[in-house]
Write a protein that binds this ligand. Structure first.
Ligand SMILES: N[C@@H](CCC(=O)N[C@@H](CS)C(=O)NCC(=O)O)C(=O)O
Length: 218
């Protein structure tokens, strides 16, 4: 019998890749993880025509778009993401996304993650991202306003979490989006996690097999 081979091509810091990784872990579906160097353009372009991750390679066919990958993998066997989604969660994610993205990018490129293993991978990332964020050194020099903003949001999140096993009680795509954002936030030192949020972060990391990045936080 032919067995399906699944390879997930990612950058480990990438929140969209976290979403794709999560569903494999939550469903316990075997896959191979491959990390592109951040300046490898030819690799992803040869697969899907542009420089983007995540890419799922399944028996030689390629799929991009994180949530398409999530729904494809969730559709194997009994679906897991069957719970409701709540607009409050989407609103919460939106409220914190700008500050998270801005503080996260200069920190991500300082990590020892494999996509940044070479000088040229790091330099290319800084050059491309600084075009939209402004100088990384300025962001690293003072993030106090954004950190205060995110801490206020984390307080609010505590009251939105219905269970550490699933933000709305039963696993849903809200958990995929929420954990991916908390994963990015885990690189930011100075964030304070209320008990409910901390329990959620730990349980979701354990269940999905996706490590948080607290260890590398600055
Ligand atoms: N809509 C896509 C977005 C994916 C995306 O933006 N990925 C980023 C990495 S976090 C990327 O590959 N950007 C191109 C680059 O880094 O050069 C998805 O959900 O998969």
């Amino acid at each position: 019998m032919n067995q399906t081979t699944r390879i997930l091509h990612i950058y480990e810091h990438c929140p969209f890749c976290v979403k794709a990784l999560m569903i494999f872990g939550l469903k316990d579906i075997p896959f191979e993880r491959r990390v592109f160097l951040n300046d490898d353009e030819a690799g992803p372009i040869s697969m899907v025509g542009r420089k983007v991750v995540p890419i799922l390679e399944e028996n030689g066919r390629y799929m991009s778009e994180s949530m398409d990958i999530v729904s494809h993998i969730d559709g194997l066997g009994a679906p897991l993401l069957t719970g409701p989604v709540r607009p409050e969660i989407a609103d919460w994610l939106k409220a914190g996304s700008r500050a998270t993205y801005r503080l996260f990018l200069p920190r991500a490129v300082c990590t020892p993650l494999p996509e940044f293993a070479t000088t040229s991978a790091r330099a290319g990332f800084i050059r491309r991202k600084e075009e939209s964020t402004g100088a990384f050194w300025e962001i690293l020099a003072d993030g106090s306003k954004e950190i205060a903003e995110l801490n206020a949001l984390l307080e609010k999140l505590a009251s939105l979490i219905q269970s550490p096993e699933a933000v709305n009680g039963t696993l849903s795509t809200d958990d995929i989006h929420l954990f991916a954002q908390l994963h990015s936030m885990s690189l930011i030192k100075g964030l304070r996690y209320p008990l409910e949020v901390e329990a959620y972060r730990q349980v979701m990391s354990e269940k999905s097999g996706v490590d948080l990045l607290d260890l590398f936080s600055v």
